[in-house]
Design a protein around this ligand. Sequence first.
Ligand code: NOJ
Length: 528
Amino acid sequence: MYHIYTASFKDSNNDGIGDIPGILKKLDYLTGLGVDAIWLSPVYASPMVDLGYDIADYKSIDDQYGTMDDFRELLAEAHKRGIRILMDLALNHTSELHPWFLESRSSKNSPKRDWYIWMPPKDGQKGKKPNNWRTNFGRKAWRYDHKTKEYYYHSFFREQPDLNWRNPEVKEAMFDIMRYWLDMGIDGFRLDVINLLYKDAELKNNEFRLFGKSKIYNRNQPEVYELLRDLRKLLDGYPEKASVGEIYVVPPGDPALAASFLGGGADMLHLVFDFSLAFTLWKASSYYKTIAEYYRKIPESAWPCFFLSNHDIGRSVKRLFWERGKYAKAKLRAALLLTLKGTPFIYYGDEIGMENVPIPKRHIRDLYGRLLYPFFKGRDRARTPMQWSDKPHAGFSKQTPWLPVSEKYMSINVKKDGASVLHTYKALLSLRKKHKALQKGDIVFFNKGENNILAYSRQCEQEELIVLLNFSGRKKTYAGGFDTAKILFSTHGTRNPTVGSCPSASLPSRAPMTLRAFEGIILKRQTA
Ligand code: NOJ
């Protein structure tokens, strides 16, 4: 699954902003990469306060991204190439400019008043907020509306009022929107902050806690599970549709919570995002712990998924990485991501080793960064234009793009692949396509990350592929040994027989394997 941040993927009309026809032009690139599906960041009509996560019309395409015809063409062309499209849907909140909210705020007697969360000032005292809830961006979460002299609640920016999911009409309206897109032929949804939909019925104050879970009354309410069951029934009414839910937690993640949204494995979400892997420390044993814990937590019949980066948390190459060996580490992480049991999500540009880009204050577009500068500079650093070539603006656009292009684009781009990260992704994805064991096979860990090597195998029917990943910056030996195995892949290209303890194409019986610094290899066990 390939995650496209639409505004930054490819600009077709040279206004400096990526768009749907731009994606269309790059579908063949995605096919060549080996992508099966796209998660498209929000493209609906929006005032773009939160870059599309503030939706003003759920059944339209924003002008800056193109037209509905463009979208239909993209869908058809993607399907022709066997690529599926998942829409990104924010169910928790709308834009303050959505007609529902305009109607809701117009009067206390509005038929849509109860579609949002309105409260009078506490104890009727002017200026007193209904409770102590704060937004996920750290500010007070109630906004006073002078016209009707009440507060409305918003989990994110004040321009994104939260819907009241306790009102059945809200659910009906949102399900209608989902049907609209499903009827059009899209393949499913990435569901934004799905664990936030319900709030405590009495809107109780959150307890103050220095550490740990403090937001207990404005997220993870039990009612959401019932809703997800209904949502699954809706999706099951269509053939082969998928849902992936973002489970919004304080980093690093919460696998048990994420897993709970999978229900029994087939009655709620198809996939859930847990952030733990993205924040795992650079150590084989830490990776083992995170991954094993996630597998343990999800129901047996559910399917796992993994990601390393996204548009909120930043890019994999820089997070937790030091400069030394960063591209070798990026390749090793790719080898991990693409050989685990579960659907891998690749954030656009990670496949060429794009890094977070420092954004000068005057160029910051993310309101989150503008509000908190200089303590937090926003999320733009991981949303910069895709580096297609060494042409001006990295071949993304002929105009100055909406965010600065990385200074490294001359060498790190799709055409040049200066660090050969793209080559590694392609090789891994093609291996994944070729070997059922990598797609569907069970995973068996050979160790728990001892000696800073992670060793596991993927098995399916008669096929067994073995993965050895050296997280150390030094040469390391894996002493496990295998009867006979053939080396299919190394993150370091062809293996140098003088460094390894075996020739480049095959491994003699029960030989210990020596791996170079940050090397990852994939072997195929030979059956007699
Ligand atoms: C999570 C999205 O990933 C993020 O970009 C957005 O700001 C919030 N949800 C609010 O929709």
